[in-house]
Design a protein around this ligand. Structure first.
Ligand SMILES: Cc1cc2nc3c(=O)[nH]c(=O)nc-3n(C[C@H](O)[C@H](O)[C@H](O)COP(=O)(O)OP(=O)(O)OC[C@H]3O[C@@H](n4cnc5c(N)ncnc54)[C@H](O)[C@@H]3O)c2cc1C
Length: 526
């Protein structure tokens, strides 16, 4: 992207690609049908999201921010605002943004300074500077709808004093046509490590006209409605990148000849054998395959819980699904993106030196996926959310709901029944010990949470791998259709249990190691 005098120009081809995307109706895939959305469930949208992320993470961010903003508007805005904005957002004619971060306030949104003053005509004047705003300005759509967090003059301090406002780039006339420019501008764009085709903007709001979304001082609550969707989506960004890395690496490992198989030459007519014959190359490919397919199954399970929480008519079922979403969303966001980086690096490694060279595309995947571990709440903050809020504050109730689901799905004749149930018991015990430690040491939760999240995720992936293996066995017994694919599922499941699940042990040991060493060094001893 380039910036000149407040205007952002996206790379060549982006306008055409965006146009095609919007014309296909994809912008409104999960949108409310009352306002022109397609009303598709998240389980379906999650599969689509992954494919678009594999194709181009930077591109995907433009339409996805609009989809996220629409979700918040649909859940919290007045009918008037919904009617005026949602149809054009679902059609992709207008894009959206989320304006939370300020120079001094990233993780800690309670200290934002952007202010909102009542204009006395149903609108507010928004003044302040937001940074790092994805798609804050671009040339893909006629209008950009910013959702901005700001503080009213009498707002209480901290997170309970934040309100949410809809602030359009161009004001919208009563007949729906575009009116004058709002008093806001893109001051510059960032020069970044990756996703360079996504405009990351400094946005200056100078008394810009905005409309309250939801209740005053309840802005963060309104954002939380979409937070679980957004965080699931960021996890899927990690997965999409990782799947691309795997497919590239697999093709390369089959084509590139180098060295001979330890079992004797495989391609005797050639000077060397394909990379695929080497154990270490297979290790990297299988790590990627096991993490990708596990991540896909796990995130689809969470997407299904989001759908149940939203659409079910059964209150008990809704409540249970909401608890599972609350517990598992930070795990999806953090673990799929961490695994995404691991797999992008592994894919790059399969390419050897060529992985470091720009033309092959692998180095771009490594650079692009890195942001997914940082934005939408860093992975450290996700881990804190999991252990500190979702587990400790619920007194372990959410965890018990999840472990109940896992245990009730296991039959004694399942291939991995014993390993899985043992891992579940260990996770329960790890949680119990950490919560006990935290009673005497206030630093335990923050110090242990990342290792705990990893331990949790290895068990959760074990569960979905066990389910996939069980389904594959059943299908293999029923028919020979898709046999190689189903057998590959079973073998990858075995690989997961033998070579990846043991990582649980080191994560658990690190989580339980206490905080003495962490807090004994003085700042100048670091
Ligand atoms: C390319 C890009 C796109 C972005 N898009 C958007 C967007 O569209 N809209 C938007 O509003 N923002 C956006 N962001 C901002 C992003 O969400 C923030 O950068 C992120 O939330 C972290 O905030 P920060 O950078 O201020 O880091 P800080 O909050 O300063 O954190 C620094 C480090 O300290 C850690 N930390 C902070 N507090 C704690 C704590 N209590 N316990 C333990 N560790 C802690 C963090 O995990 C992190 O490792 C984007 C950022 C980038 C780089």
């Amino acid at each position: 992207c380039s910036w000149s005098d407040g205007q952002v120009t996206t790379p060549e081809g982006y306008k055409d690609a965006y146009q095609l995307f919007a014309e296909g109706g994809w912008s409104g895939l999960g949108g409310n049908p009352v306002y022109g959305g397609m009303g598709m469930p998240k389980v379906l949208a999650a599969q689509f999201d992954e494919m678009v992320c594999s194709a181009s993470l930077a591109f995907t961010l433009y339409p996805s921010l609009g989809a996220g903003a629409s979700l918040a508007i649909d859940a919290h805005a007045s009918d008037e605002l919904k009617e005026a904005y949602l149809p054009q957002m679902y059609s992709g004619e207008w894009a959206g943004t989320m304006c939370l971060t300020e120079p001094h306030a990233g993780t800690d949104l309670g200290i934002i300074r952007t202010k909102a003053e009542d204009n006395g005509d149903g609108s507010h004047a928004i003044t302040g500077t937001k940074i790092f705003i994805t798609g804050g300005e671009h040339d893909l759509t006629d209008n950009i709808i910013h959702l901005v967090l700001a503080k009213l003059p009498d707002a209480p301090a901290g997170p309970k004093g934040i309100s949410l406002f809809l602030v359009p780039k161009f004001l919208v006339n009563e007949d729906g046509s575009l009116g004058e420019s709002n008093t806001l501008a893109c001051g510059s764009i960032e020069h970044k490590m990756g996703i360079n085709a996504s405009a990351t903007c400094v946005m200056n709001f100078d008394g810009a006209k905005g409309y309250l979304v939801g209740e005053p001082n309840k802005g963060l609550n309104a954002m939380f409605t979409m937070m679980n969707y957004e965080r699931l989506f960021v996890g899927i960004q990690g997965l999409g990148s990782s799947e691309m890395s795997y497919q590239n690496a697999l093709e390369y490992a089959q084509d590139r000849i180098q060295g001979r198989s330890a079992n004797g030459a495989v391609q005797k007519d050639k000077a060397a054998d394909p990379l695929m014959v080497h154990g270490d190359i297979r290790r990297m490919l299988l790590n990627m395959k096991a993490l990708n397919e596990g991540g896909r199954a796990f995130s689809t399970y969470v997407a299904k819980q989001l759908d149940i929480a939203k659409f079910s008519q059964d209150e008990h079922e809704k409540e249970k699904a909401s608890a599972l979403v609350a517990l598992l969303t930070p795990v999806v966001k953090a673990f799929l993106t961490d695994a995404g980086l691991e797999s992008c690096i592994a894919g790059q490694q399969v390419f050897g030196g060529h992985g470091f060279i720009r033309e092959w595309g692998q180095e771009q995947l490594v650079r692009d996926v890195r942001i997914t571990q940082i934005y939408e709440g860093t992975n450290g903050i996700q881990a804190l959310d999991l252990l500190g809020r979702k587990i400790a504050l619920s007194g372990g109730a959410y965890l018990e709901t999840f472990l109940g689901e896992v245990r009730s799905s296991v039959n004694s004749e399942d291939e991995f029944a014993e390993e899985l149930l043992t891992a579940v018991d260990k996770l329960e015990e790890l949680t119990r010990q950490l919560l006990a430690q935290s009673q005497n040491d206030p630093n335990v939760i923050n110090s242990a949470c990342v290792d705990y999240l990893n331990a949790f995720a290895y068990v959760a992936y074990g569960w979905v791998w066990s389910l996939m293996s069980k389904t594959a066995s059943k299908k293999l017994a029923e028919s020979s259709e898709d046999q190689p694919w189903l057998e590959a599922k079973q073998i990858t499941a075995r690989y997961y249990f033998k070579r990846i699940l043991p990582r649980f042990e080191s994560s658990a040991a690190a989580a339980l190691s206490g905080t003495d060493e962490l807090f004994t060094l003085s700042p100048d001893q670091f």
